[in-house]
Structure formats: C-alpha cells, structure tokens
Design a protein around this ligand. Sequence first.
Ligand SMILES: *Cc1c(COP(=O)(O)O)cnc(C)c1O
Length: 398
Amino acid sequence: MTMKTDDLIEQEHRYILQTYGRPDFVLERGNGVYLFDLDGNRYLDFVSGLAVNALGYGDYDVLKAIEQQAAQLMHVSNLYHTVPSTRLARTLVESSFADRVFFCNSGTEAWEAALKFCRKWGHTSGGRHKLIAFHNSFHGRTLGSLSTTGQPRYQEGFGPLLPGIDFADYNDLSSVEALVDDETCAVLVEPIQGEGGVHVATDDFLQGLRKLCDDRGLLLAFDEIQVGMGRTGSLWAYQQYGVEPDVMTLAKALGGGLPIGATLMTQRVADALQAGDHAATFGANPVVANVALAVLDKITADGFLEGVARNGQRLRAGLEKLQQRWPERISELRGRGLLQGAVVTDRPGADYLADFREREILVAPCGADMVRFLPPLIVDEDRIDQVIDVFDEILRQS
Ligand SMILES: *Cc1c(COP(=O)(O)O)cnc(C)c1O
C-alpha cells in the first residue's frame, strides 16, 4: 500500500461517519468493466456500483449526455418545464405498463413516493391505509422505506417505525391472503429480492398477487430498483412474469452512475394525486434525465437485452458447474440474468470476497453467506468465464 492510500484511508476513518466497512484500497478511475486503484491495481468489476453501472465506466454516450446538458442547463428546479425530464417520462411510459412518472433522486426516495401514493390512493378509495410488505425485503434506509423493509437488523434502534405495515412470507400467497383486511390498500414486493438474499419470485406467486390485488381492490407495487433496467435480461423484471404492477420504483441503473429515482404508476393511482401532494427539488434534473435517456437508448437497442440474457445464462451455467464440483461448499444458487448469488457454506461470504479481491476481481456481498455477482450489463463471455475459473480456483484452495 502506498503512503497515499494509507493516508487517505486514515482520513476516511477520521472524517466520515463510520457506517460502512470498506476494504483497504482506494478506487481512482474506471474504464469499461475495469476499475483501477490509487496503487495502480486493476480490478474486474462484478459489482457495478451495486447494479448501477449497467454500461460500465467511461461510456461515450453517457459522457456526451452529461457534457452537452451540463453546458446547456444543469438545474432550475421543478417550478419550471425542462426538456430532458419530459422526454424521459415519455420514454419510460412508452416502454412500460405506466401512464405517469414522478421523479426524485434515489431508490429510497422513489420508494417513499410509492408509499405515499399508495396511501393517498387508499384514502381516496374507501379510507384504507394498511400496506403489506415481505420478510427479507429491502426498500431503502429512510424511515418509511425502512418500515417496509422486512429485516430486523436494519430496523433495530430506529423505532417507532411507520404504523400500518404488515409482513408476509415471500413466495407464500396464503400468508398474504391471511393479512388482507378492510383497511389494506396495497401489496409491496420486489420481483426478485436483491439485498435480502437474491430470492426470485415464482410465476405463481406474482400472478397470484396480481389476482389477489384485483379481487380485493388493492394496488400492487413492484420495487425494481435493483432488478429493472435490463438486469434480468428483459427491460423490466415483471415482463418475465406476465403480470403488470400498478406502481413501480426505479433508481440504480437508470442514471448511468448519477443519482435519480423514479416512481411509475397507472392513471388510477395518478388520479388520487394533486398538485402540491409531493415534490423533489432535484427530481430529474436536466443532466441526470439526459443521461437516463442515453442509458435507456442503449439498453433497448437491438440485441442488447438478448446479450444480457445470454450472458446471464452463461454465468449461471458456470456457477452450476462449480456447485456440482463443490456441493459441500456451495449449497444453493439463486438469481436471474446478470444478478446471480451463490450461497457458500464452508466459510463466511466475506472471506470469499477477499479471495476474489486478492485475484483482482470485485464481487458483491449479500448477507453473511452469499457471494453476489452483478457485472455491468456490457460484460462479455470471456470475462464471465474468467470469473468462473477464478471462483473454481478459490474453491479448490479453501
Ligand atoms: C438499493 C435498493 C433500494 C434503495 O436505493 P438507494 O438509492 O440506496 O436509496 C431500494 N430498493 C431496492 C430493491 C434496492 O435494491
């Protein structure tokens, strides 16, 4: 480690609130699917800034979108019309189930908006307010999102949380049915639980939720903050289930590395909301909205999503081979597309992360016993094979 790295980490410990545990290198720049640290080491990136950098680093069209829009107009607030946010809303509506979009700046903010919109809709349709969320879910760290996040370890010490939220078991329709009463207005779910352990919803479960919501007059809200924007091989994860939500949240990959959040909804939800009901000063500021347009353009270009699906299958097939070879070390594989997790049983997940890092590959944590693979969507076959080979080598030596 150089003096520069040492010194910077020492200062990080001194000045930044210590809510993150970080490995001891400092990332300085990126190019394509590679990151470089202050000491000149190169890492193959299978984290993508937590499913944000779908196009990797230094994408020409993203840079161009930033540069042009920053020079022209960076921010004026939502008191005024601007061009990029309107174009972005239209693109999102035309490529999804939705009729309307609300813009904000992060995942948790998009989810907070979804909670408010569901509640407002509930109040205007029968005076209902209760929400059903799921154990193991993750919706963000602000208090509303945290209140719907079914993981006690994130909630401890921050109570009392929002009232009127019940938790059902993921992939268990009857546990949801048992919670619905006259005060329930919405069911809130991730089509794939990302942070909570990469649990993939079954077709029956999401289709059953849609039917339950229709039968009982409830809204169905999907959190696609991690799994939307092509991650699973279709633009939206819900497209693989043959069901559409009434509300959907996006963030992460939408901004190509800049912060943005979006809450999409059908007209009947929009009808419950009026001018003044919700706002965000920075929401879809012209620069990030222009970048999001460039990102969507690339992800929806001919052949791109087919490539994601193909590479996702290759990654999964490689992991399956390793699981067959090392059944006592890998107990389970879960995921879809380019979001894949391997449950490791012989050592903590963190040990595996360190072993990958030593071999100049970054993979993501996910709970205590999972190695999560989240490469940029532009990753190619050779890089996937390389990561599988290195995982094999790590498993052989552990
Ligand atoms: C990351 C994530 C969030 C929170 O997003 P932030 O931008 O970190 O607030 C919410 N829901 C899901 C499914 C996520 O993966």
